[in-house]
Design a protein around this ligand. Sequence first.
Ligand code: FES
Length: 192
Amino acid sequence: MQTDDKRLSACRCASGNKEGQCQESHDPLPLINRRRFLAVASGCVISAAGSASGATAGGGGANGASTGGLPPVDIGPLKNFDKDGISEEFIQHDFFVIRYQGHLYAASTTCPHMGNTLYRDSNDDTRILCRGHESVFTAEGLAVVGPASSGLVRLGIAVNAEGHVMVNPNKQFPQDKWDDKGSCLVIEKTKS
Ligand code: FES
């Protein structure tokens, strides 16, 4: 897949934060390698790069609620996630993989309203819909239409020592925990 070197200027993953209003620090990072992704630290992020030292499967010490004993799911190399979008590739594991403005996260397919199954809108692949009461969620995970009063539940996400992204369904982050460590990765493409 094609990539473009760029930097993130503001965090948009926090609940209710608008661009430029994030409470977290996002100082520019040193330039390292062209075409290489770097997961940068922020309030909701595990710092991880190619070697991903310190990144472990399942959230790497995340604060999300633990819900059981499901094994972490390997969703592939971090470098694969070079484009924004909502993926249903791992829907059999009951989560979407979503990259939104450089933020990579896994979102449960269970609606935060009353637990019905969510699906990607076939008419607008930037939205997620609920079969239950027709709530609509943005790619950022926010509930924008319908009775759901909170956004998508994120799952633990981390990069392992091999540079693969691991999703831990046992760690769950409702919207008020989106800023917690392990709820998402911020991917930045760097220049050499
Ligand atoms: S269960 Fe999803 S909107 Fe009610």
